[in-house]
Write a new protein. Structure first.
Length: 184
C-alpha cells in the first residue's frame, strides 16, 4: 500500500472557499444590477413622465391675413408633433376657422372637427352656415347648433394676439358625441 504523505483527506470545500464564492456571486449580482438600472431608466423614462395637457398655443396666422368681413376663413394648424420618443418637424395637423369683424379685437376660432362624430365640416357661402356632410348637422356663425344630431355647438378655441398682430390658438381636440367638451 502506498501512503500519500502530505496529502490531506478532504471531504469537501473549505469553509473559506465557500464564503469567497458566495461573496463573489453577490458582488457580481450587485454590479450587474447597477449596470442595468440606467438602461431601464432610459427605456421607461418616456412612459413614466407625467401626462401634460395636450392643448398648446400654436401660431395660426396674422390679423392682416384675416379680412374683418365676419366670414369664416380656414387656416391650417402647423405644429411640431412629439410622441414618447420622437420629435417631428413642423407639419399640418389640422385646421381651424377664424372669424373676424371690425368690432372685434380678438377673432373667434373654431376647430374644423364636428362635435358629433369627428367629421370635418365646411362653411357654405350659399347658406351662410357651417355644414357637416356626415350626418347633416348645421351650425350658425356663432358656432351654435342650427339643426342635426350634434350634441353641442362647434368647439371654440382660446385665442391670443401676440407680437403685434399674430393669432395664436390654444389648439385642442375634444371627444365627439358628448354634450360637454372633453379634451382628448
Amino acid at each position: 500500500m502506498h501512503s500519500r504523505e502530505g496529502s490531506s483527506d478532504k471531504s469537501g470545500p473549505s469553509p473559506t472557499s465557500g464564503r469567497r464564492g458566495v461573496l463573489a456571486f453577490l458582488v457580481g449580482a450587485i454590479v450587474s444590477v447597477l449596470a442595468v438600472i440606467p438602461g431601464v431608466g432610459v427605456v421607461l423614462d418616456p412612459l413614466l413622465r407625467k401626462k401634460k395637457s395636450r392643448g398648446k398655443f400654436v401660431r395660426i396666422t396674422t390679423l392682416d391675413a384675416v379680412p374683418p368681413d365676419g366670414l369664416p376663413h380656414r387656416f391650417q394648424v402647423v405644429t411640431v408633433r412629439t410622441d414618447k420618443w420622437n420629435k417631428y418637424p413642423p407639419e399640418p395637423v389640422d385646421a381651424v376657422y377664424v372669424i373676424r369683424t371690425s368690432e372685434q379685437d380678438v377673432p373667434i376660432v373654431f376647430s374644423v372637427i364636428c362635435p358629433h362624430l369627428g367629421c370635418v365640416y365646411d362653411f357654405k357661402n350659399a347658406t351662410g352656415e357651417f355644414q357637416c356632410p356626415c350626418h347633416t348637422s348645421g351650425f350658425a356663425l356663432d358656432g351654435s347648433v342650427k339643426y342635426g344630431p350634434s350634441p353641442r355647438g362647434l368647439d371654440q378655441l382660446a385665442v391670443e394676439i401676440r407680437n403685434g398682430g399674430e393669432i395664436w390658438v390654444d389648439y385642442k381636440k375634444f371627444k365627439g358625441g358628448k354634450s360637454e367638451q372633453i379634451e382628448v
